[in-house]
Design a protein around this ligand. Structure first.
Ligand SMILES: Cc1ncc(COP(=O)(O)O)c(C=O)c1O
Length: 375
């Protein structure tokens, strides 16, 4: 058996399997790269929640383990400030403009809560990511949906401007959007944020920021730090593999972040903070994930292009494709082959979202697609 190298650690289970070190003895072995694993309905390959198929980086695992020695203390030992400084330096913004939360879900919900407490309507694109809008709905806020542009399937900023009324107190934008991984052109988005933030709160969810390759994209972080009415959210759940660890961020002015802090109900665990400090500095891992995501996307594009399936060039770790068949049936037919694809996104019920797993798994996805859906 050969020795493990740093590269092996980076690659996670894929090359561990190649080294003969990993066997599919548990339900976690959801990749065709793991020896002994067979995708089944009961234990499918996860292509449904836009997770990182390579897991938490080793650097972060090790930092989290060490952090248990100070986990009996409230607030750690200034570690939160260290993480804020790293994020600040990486984004060219001051640390005072960063708030750390238990995943970006918490930032989204606090955004929704602020509007619920003060009163007003929330406006969002249809379709878009659900957390902020669904929470708004649960706490009794009126929602105003604006369909995406039917031709480009991007969030329609002009239609949002036209639909705006004085009751609207928050506009939620997801950039890149989810489930459609399209981006908003940077100049148009900046103009929209500056204009609409004079009238209401503009919340820009940048959960997939690190995956973007389109030069027409730009983060709105630099606007948020100077504007009480702009909030940008980010997450460690995607490229850093922290979906189960729970670390997310809000960028805004100190005044807006203080207001969020008064309304937030949770706190972030000390090991999670230490893990994030390591993960955000692990550029080798991030580069590896970006490269693998691109490689895996190519496998998906290849099969869709071969069969003229409408789909989107992704700026994220998922894509959205036209099936022409009801989603429930599509989900079921993929599950028969041990592949779990994403949930229904009404009114796009004859489309499906597929999260990008390892390239080898996406080759398997392409094979299954051809077998099941190409006659
Ligand atoms: C656009 C978007 N925002 C936020 C989230 C939630 O992420 P987190 O794990 O940080 O709560 C997701 C999760 O899939 C997402 O797709």
């Amino acid at each position: 058996m050969r020795e493990l190298t740093r590269r092996d650690w980076l690659k996670g289970t894929s090359s561990l399997a190649a080294a003969g070190l990993v066997y599919a003895t548990t339900a976690q072995a959801q990749s065709v790269t793991v020896r002994g694993y067979t995708p089944t309905r009961a234990n499918p390959i996860r292509m449904s929640s836009n997770e990182n198929p390579y897991g938490v980086p080793r650097s972060a695992q090790s930092a989290m383990t060490k952090a248990f020695s100070s986990s009996h203390l409230y607030g750690g030992r200034g570690d939160r400030q260290a993480l804020r400084q790293i994020i600040a330096d990486q984004n060219g913004i001051p640390a005072e403009n960063i708030f750390i939360a238990g995943g970006s879900k918490e930032v989204l919900k606090v955004g929704a809560l602020m509007i619920a407490l003060e009163g007003g309507t929330v406006m969002a694109a249809n379709p878009t990511y659900h957390d902020l809008v669904r929470y708004s709905d649960w706490v009794g806020t009126t929602l105003k949906w604006v369909d995406v542009d039917q031709e480009t399937m991007t969030t329609d900023l002009d239609a949002m401007r036209a639909a705006y009324t004085d009751e609207v107190k928050l506009i939620y934008l997801c950039n890149p959007n989810n489930p459609i991984p399209t981006i908003l052109e940077k100049n148009k988005l900046r103009e929209f944020c500056l204009e609409m933030s004079q009238k209401c709160m503009v919340f820009v969810d940048e959960a997939y920021h690190e995956f973007v390759t389109d030069p027409n994209y730009e983060s709105m972080a630099s606007l948020a730090v100077n504007n009480d009415n702009i909030i940008v959210s980010r997450t460690a759940s995607k490229i850093h593999g922290f979906a189960g660890v729970r670390v997310g961020f809000a960028f805004s002015t100190p005044a807006t972040l203080a207001k969020m802090n008064q309304r937030v109900t949770g706190t972030v665990a000390t090991p999670a903070i230490h893990g994030a400090i390591a993960a955000y500095q692990d550029h080798e891992f991030m580069d590896f994930i970006k490269r693998k995501n691109q490689e895996a996307l190519q496998e998906v594009y290849k099969v869709f292009e071969k069969h003229n399936v409408r789909h989107f060039k992704s700026n994220s770790n998922f894509t959205f494709f036209h099936t022409g068949i009801d989603f429930a049936e599509v989900k079921d037919r993929f599950l028969n082959h041990g592949i779990d694809v994403g949930r229904p996104f009404p009114p796009y019920l004859d489309w499906a979202r597929v999260s990008i797993a390892k390239p080898e798994d996406m080759v398997y996805f392409a094979e299954v697609y051809e077998k099941e859906f190409v006659s």
